[in-house]
Design a binder for this molecule. Structure first.
Ligand SMILES: [Zn+2]
Length: 343
């Protein structure tokens, strides 16, 4: 019996390496390792009349190639790969898309916004990317060591993402037809600018990918291309729309485990961001603060360079939201560092 006020994990172990775990008649769960603190990603295979339709790809790395090889030689063997869907432009989802398309000959499906974003990321030279990161970190007021590291790192996105294949752009008018169902496409902004989730409402199945994760809060980051953009407003709007998700729908995420109780989770995540916004408002008080100050308040622990990127951009997204909602304003820059002050 499902409780309306609780999240309930699906009682099913994650798939082992090289194996798939059945989630519905025509939907299979795959798990790949990732070399980050978030150490895995969930990928999916749909059974269709034309063969296997895959959802998401992993980063562009030798370990990803090996993990696909095990599946292509194992549970996916004997039938063609008829398509590859990419949910969003983040490296762990799109990174291996080009190589996988080349290996299988399958068409790749993506939303236009995410496709543009991935193309833009891949199009930056090492010099351009380093200059942009360095300038952003300077405006954030990060420590000199982080600024220097960013200026020397080149295009980190390109390090994790291979060249894009030809992509077939899909819209919310398109559907993916599988053996036992029909999947409606939905795009939202927040964690990324045009993230795709898939819903089979007749079977109460919602593949939320990275937008409604059960354990961690999806990263909500200011964009390097527009540091003042309020991505959190878009994400809170999405969470609002998911609050009345029925308790008996199975929510299927891109990390961690499938669960019931998407509405409860949406409310938890909204409360999490509200608490962070409140924490920053309290912290800033009478003294203007930088993005670095906000980051240290929200993430008070040792971080790798990779984590500092996400933490600083997430702190900035919260500051931006406090500006657009009239709680904070931009104060005069000091030594090139953006400062935020109470209104
Ligand atoms: Zn993501």
């Amino acid at each position: 019996m499902l409780d309306n006020d609780k999240m309930t994990a699906l009682a099913l172990a994650p798939p082992a390496a090289g194996a798939m775990q059945k989630l519905a008649d025509d939907l299979y769960w795959i798990r790949f390792t990732l070399p980050f603190r978030l150490n895995h990603i969930n990928l999916f295979a749909f059974d269709t009349d034309d063969g296997w339709l895959l959802l998401d790809c992993g980063i562009n790395a030798a370990a990803t190639a090996d993990q696909w090889q095990a599946l292509l030689d194992g549970p996916l063997a004997g039938r063609p790969i008829c398509g590859i869907i990419v949910s969003h432009y983040h490296a762990d989802h799109v990174g291996y898309a080009g190589a996988l398309a080349a290996r299988t000959g399958a068409p790749v499906y993506m939303g236009a916004v995410e496709h543009k974003q991935a193309q833009w990321g891949l199009g930056q030279t090492d010099g351009e990317y380093a200059a942009m990161m360095g300038a952003a970190y300077q405006r954030f007021g990060l420590a000199d060591t982080h600024i220097a590291a960013a200026q020397n790192a080149g295009n980190y996105y390109r390090f994790l993402v291979g060249d894009l294949p030809n992509v077939t752009i899909v819209t919310e008018k398109d559907q993916f037809i599988t053996k036992a169902g029909c999947w409606q496409i939905r795009f939202d902004a927040g964690h990324s600018p045009g993230h795709m989730s898939l819903t089979d409402s007749a079977r109460k199945l919602h593949i939320c990918v990275d937008f409604l994760l059960p354990r961690i809060s999806p990263n909500i980051s200011a964009r390097l291309r527009d540091l003042d953009d309020d991505m959190l407003a878009d994400y809170l709007h999405y969470l609002d729309s998911m609050m009345d998700c029925p308790a008996d729908w199975l929510i299927i995420p891109g990390h961690d485990w499938p669960y019931f109780g998407g509405g409860v989770r949406a409310a938890q995540l909204a409360a999490h961001h509200a608490a962070r916004l409140e924490q920053l408002c309290t912290m800033i008080g009478d003294k203007p603060a930088s993005t670095n100050d906000a980051m240290l308040a929200l993430f008070p622990f040792e971080m790798t360079g990779h984590e500092v990127f996400f933490a600083s951009c997430e702190a900035r997204a919260h500051l931006n939201h406090l500006v657009t909602t009239g709680h904070l304003q931009h104060a005069d820059r000091k030594n090139g560092v953006d400062l935020f002050a109470k209104c």
